[in-house]
Design a protein around this ligand. Structure first.
Ligand code: SAH
Ligand code: SF4
Length: 341
């Protein structure tokens, strides 16, 4: 007997073809998508809008995959970290971050990451594999089920992995998250270490989604040493792509800047940063380094972080200090390693 097909592995047009081939009218595909992405069912028999006969027929040769919740940790500040198991045993993490009236879910795009940034624990894992579109979108479904009746308002692709190294599957996942789960693309932010050709592709692949760029240094020599991707796409090329990025009106590119003590946190760096971002509608998110065991970097003191921010503000940049949430459950930026360590 051929193995069953996972309905979540199909895009909308593929699902319509599948339904037609199974002798079902295409409107069934629409109903099915509604039950999967808005009602969050875990299996075909739960789709009570379908007759018993239809459910049985479908279950005969199709199924719905779902992420396995391996653990759920809650931090004192309300941040929650979900560890999910995939069908092949790989593991990924998603982080829920409550902030005033927002409830942001930070999702993973890869198991591990190939980019090798020296300050990032995910980078130390290397790449296990790309996530498939449904594994990316399923993080949103699984979290939505777990936290109901609270509702996720924002999505950030800032979990494990480099989303632009997996742009096909990320784009398909974002189509599902925006069109089917009805989260506005304005409330979705994709963060990249700076894969320049993929930044140019992004507006076509994922229209209206916000862009965040992990800058993290103001000279090529420092950036080369902490982010190997800079050797392929140096600062000049990266900022040129940002300058040409077709931003919708009133929107900005977010530049993340992890502050590493005595590496990139000096006054001269702040001044250079102002110069580099000239002409780009931008806001800067300063992220004091989140330490972990065996890390080769240190976090600057609070006064140093404030001083850095002050220079940016005086240079007319919008600059926020990102509070690192969920530290004690290792849910903060760069601390996701899905229990592999
Ligand atoms: N791969 C993408 C998205 C995931 S990383 C990217 O690099 O943009 C999300 C953010 O966490 C990035 O801005 C990265 O610079 C930051 N980060 C990684 N390790 C960190 C650490 N140890 N402390 C603070 N921020 C870190
Ligand atoms: Fe990968 Fe982003 Fe970590 Fe760099 S910072 S290793 S790109 S997850």
């Amino acid at each position: 007997m051929p193995s069953k097909i996972n309905l979540k592995s199909l895009s909308k047009p593929e699902l319509e073809t599948f339904m037609r081939d199974s002798g079902l009218p295409p409107f069934r595909a629409k109903q099915l998508l509604h039950w999967i992405y808005e009602r969050h069912v875990l299996s075909v028999p739960e789709i009570t809008e379908f007759s018993k006969d239809l459910r049985e027929r479908l279950s005969g040769h199709a199924y719905l995959s779902s992420l396995e919740l391996v653990s759920r940790l809650t931090s004192e500040d309300g941040t929650e970290k979900f560890l999910f198991g995939l069908e092949d045993g790989e593991r990924i993490e998603s982080v829920l971050i409550p902030d005033e009236d927002r409830l942001t879910l930070c999702i993973s795009s890869q198991a591990g990451c190939a980019m090798g940034c020296r300050f990032c624990l995910t980078g130390k894992l290397g790449l296990k594999r790309n996530l498939l579109a449904h594994e990316i979108a399923d993080q949103v479904i699984a979290a939505a089920r777990l936290i109901a009746p609270r509702r996720i308002t924002n999505i950030v692709l800032m979990g494990m992995g480099e989303p632009l190294a997996n742009i096909e599957h990320v784009a398909e996942a974002l189509r599902r998250i925006t069109a089917l789960m009805k989260i506005s693309p304005r409330r979705v932010t994709l963060s990249t270490a700076g894969i320049v050709p993929a930044i140019r592709e992004l507006p076509k692949r994922a229209p209206q989604v916000n862009l965040a760029v992990s800058l993290n240094a103001t000279t090529d020599s420092v950036r080369n040493s902490v982010m190997p991707v800079n050797r392929t796409y140096p600062l000049g090329a990266l900022l040129e792509a940002c300058r040409k990025y077709p931003l919708p009106p009133r929107r900005k590119i977010t530049f993340e800047y992890v502050l590493l003590k005595d590496v990139n946190d000096r006054a001269a760096d702040a001044r250079r940063l102002i110069g580099l971002l000239k002409g780009i509608p931008s806001k800067v998110n300063l992220i004091p380094f989140n330490p972990y065991e065996g890390a080769e970097f240190r976090r600057p003191d609070d006064e140093e972080v404030f001083a850095f921010q002050q220079i940016l503000l005086k240079g007319s940049l919008t600059a926020l200090i990102r509070k690192s949430k969920g530290q004690e459950i290792r849910a903060a930026c760069g601390q996701l390693e899905a229990g592999y360590h």
